[in-house]
Design a protein around this ligand. Structure first.
Ligand code: GUN
Length: 306
């Protein structure tokens, strides 16, 4: 007997506890994050043209972390494509917490700045959470402020973190109905895992969060209709952990020893998942698109408020 999601039951008795599954080959459809991001940028460009001035995103990079430099460059390029003005400040590795906070406060008080982004991680010795709490709530386009996090948890309006927002857009783009589905989030960071779980819950999914101390991640993954892998470990999710037909979202951004970029999801998951996000070209461009969305929204609230 065939089942909807590519399983074939070898035992058809539903009361039998020891149902065995025989895997059928599947080839996942890819969710093209880059294309979706570009189409969102085009819509944003229209909204920007209706504003009396360009939205302004202030970006602070501290130190020389090579990955952070690439992320910041990509954010600045996306601003240019869309018609957002970016103002970048790069402080040296030796900058103090007070130097960083002084820059953030200057932007808080500048009425021409709509969004403030402090690229993480910050150099050792700087309390990132204290810096984040310094960002004015109404300019917190990263959605990392405790006020933004509180708004998300309680279902109020506020800026939402860009990566999980981008994932939700990707699920919507394939018309995926989350209500009643089992979603597994692997990873519990403040930036991705925790807000991701909240957003999935808001859409009526049943949500489980697995992390480095979870003993039965494979078992939880096999029961999941949606897996969001956000632990930062290459090959964390393998085909034998994926229910055939499941949606697998790869938030990972890792480098293999040979320098190749890869996510948290192993290549063979293509043969098990129904939908899969590529790395690169999946969640990454969507994260940036959502940052632009938050920045434009912030500008609209500032400029179009009667
Ligand atoms: N570092 C890794 N991801 C992010 C992000 O989304 N925003 C910022 N500011 N820093 C990050």
């Amino acid at each position: 007997m065939g089942s909807a999601l590519g399983f074939r039951t070898l035992c058809d008795n539903p009361l039998h506890h020891n149902i065995q599954w025989e895997r059928l080959h599947m080839t996942a459809q890819l969710i093209d994050g880059k294309a979706l991001a570009r189409s969102m940028e085009a819509k944003l460009a229209e909204r920007i043209r209706a504003l009396p001035r360009k939205p302004v995103l202030a970006v602070l990079l501290v130190g020389e972390d090579p990955a952070s430099r690439v992320y910041v460059r990509n954010k600045v390029l996306a601003c240019e494509r869309t018609g957002i003005e970016s103002r970048s400040v790069h402080l040296p590795e030796t900058a103090t917490e007070e130097d960083v906070i002084r820059q953030v406060r200057a932007w808080n008080e500048d009425p021409t700045v709509d969004g403030i982004l402090v690229q993480l991680p910050l150099p050792r010795g700087i309390d990132a959470q204290r810096v984040i709490e310094t960002v004015a709530l109404e300019k917190d386009v990263d959605g990392f402020h405790v006020g933004s996090a509180g708004a998300l948890v309680t279902g109020r309006e506020g800026f939402r973190p860009c990566t999980p927002s981008g994932v939700m857009e990707m699920l919507e783009s394939i018309g995926y109905e989350l209500r009643g589905k089992h979603a597994l989030v692997i990873g519990r960071s403040n930036i991705v895992g925790k807000p991701m779980a909240m957003m999935l819950l808001e859409k009526d999914a049943t949500v489980t969060v697995a992390h480095s101390r979870t003993p039965n991640t494979k078992e939880l993954a096999l029961a999941a209709d949606v897996i969001v892998a956000a632990a930062g470990r290459a090959d964390l999710v393998t085909a034998d952990m994926v229910k055939p037909g499941a949606v697998v979202i790869d938030v990972g951004m890792n480098r293999r020893p040979d320098g190749r970029l890869c996510g948290d999801v192993a290549d063979d998951v293509r043969d098990a998942a129904g939908w899969l996000t590529p790395v690169p070209g999946g969640v990454g461009p969507m994260t940036i698109a959502m940052l632009l969305v938050n920045t434009v929204r912030s500008a609209e609230m500032r400029l179009l408020a009667q």
